[in-house]
Design a protein around this ligand. Structure first.
Ligand SMILES: C[S@@+](CC[C@H](N)C(=O)[O-])C[C@H]1O[C@@H](n2cnc3c(N)ncnc32)[C@H](O)[C@@H]1O
Length: 283
């Protein structure tokens, strides 16, 4: 397991978030104290730029994903890269008799998740430290595996898909969200990445945003998944950027601001799309 020092290098934006929380920054706590992902607005034109509106949009993203997953009472659910427990907290409020496991590589986040997410509705919740590419769970033990906005940090998407397939029961689903580049972006990658990658790494740590939709389709095939949904919600996430600009998300410095500006521009141009993807393990 990585030491806290190495985690700081891997996840610099979480260092910033945890510092903001410790300083009592209420806007940052409202926006990112539970969920740490982009918002989803069914009607982006109605977004008002407020922290309350953003917090509701962040909750809406996990609702959208759990609806697509067809979450039901009584399931066993694994949330990989569970952050501060936001996805499990949302499901815990709406479903019963569920066994939840939240997995995260960062023990600091797990401490916060444990303290703020308590089981209700006859659910059980366990938070486990570990790497999503080496899942410490038995074969065929979960009905659903979620990975909300975190797969770009994992050491290998291929290893993660293999592990997710292994721990899912037949008929079980993997549901994830990711920033997925168009092929044209990848064709210019060798020219643009020396400028863009250091900015993104400075703010967000290790990020691999080079996985196109066709690569995902190949990966599903090679790891034995059937493709479920491929939903483009880029436009529904765009109001996120005015909030992260206002809150100086990922750091109050020029490099972090430039990194966020870059992600905003390529997202507005839909050169990188925000997709929800789901996969089914066949019977
Ligand atoms: C953008 S945050 C998303 C958190 C959470 N899914 C949410 O939506 O609120 C990315 C998460 O991935 C986690 N992560 C990064 N690498 C990981 C790995 N190899 N295994 C498990 N979790 C990892 C980070 O610690 C962080 O919690």
């Amino acid at each position: 397991m990585e030491s806290d020092k190495n985690l700081s290098t891997l996840l610099p934006y979480f260092d910033v978030l945890l510092e903001d929380f410790a300083e009592g920054n209420t806007d940052v706590i409202e926006c990112f104290g539970l969920h740490v992902h982009w918002g989803y607005w069914e009607n982006p034109g109605l977004a008002d730029g407020s922290t309350a509106d953003f917090a509701q949009a962040a909750e809406n993203l996990v609702r959208k994903m759990s609806d697509l997953a067809e979450t039901k009472n009584g399931m066993k659910i694994l949330d990989c890269g569970c952050g501060f427990g936001g996805n499990i907290s949302s499901l815990n409020q709406r479903f019963s008799n569920i066994e939840f496991v939240g997995l995260n590589i960062d023990p600091r986040q797990l401490d916060r998740a444990k303290s703020q997410v308590k089981a209700t509705h006859n659910n059980q919740i366990e938070f486990v430290e570990g790497d999503a590419c080496q899942l410490p769970f038995s074969d065929a033990s979960f009905d659903l595996v979620f990975a909300v906005e975190c797969i770009f940090h994992f050491p290998s998407r291929e290893k993660f898909f293999q592990e997710a397939r292994r721990v899912l029961k037949p008929g079980g689903k993997l549901v994830l969200s990711d920033f997925v580049p168009r092929e044209v972006v990848l064709s210019t990658w060798s020219f643009t990445s020396p400028f863009s990658q250091p900015l993104v790494t400075h703010a967000y740590g290790q990020v691999d945003a080079t996985y196109s939709l066709s690569k995902y389709r190949d990966l599903a095939k090679s790891t034995g998944f059937q493709i479920g949904n491929e939903i483009d919600i880029t436009q529904n996430t765009i109001p996120t950027y005015q909030v992260i600009r206002k809150l100086q998300f990922a750091g109050d410095n020029k490099k972090a601001a430039l990194g966020n500006w870059l992600i905003e521009i390529i997202s507005r141009l839909t050169l990188i799309r925000y997709l929800i993807l789901s996969y089914v393990k066949p019977f």
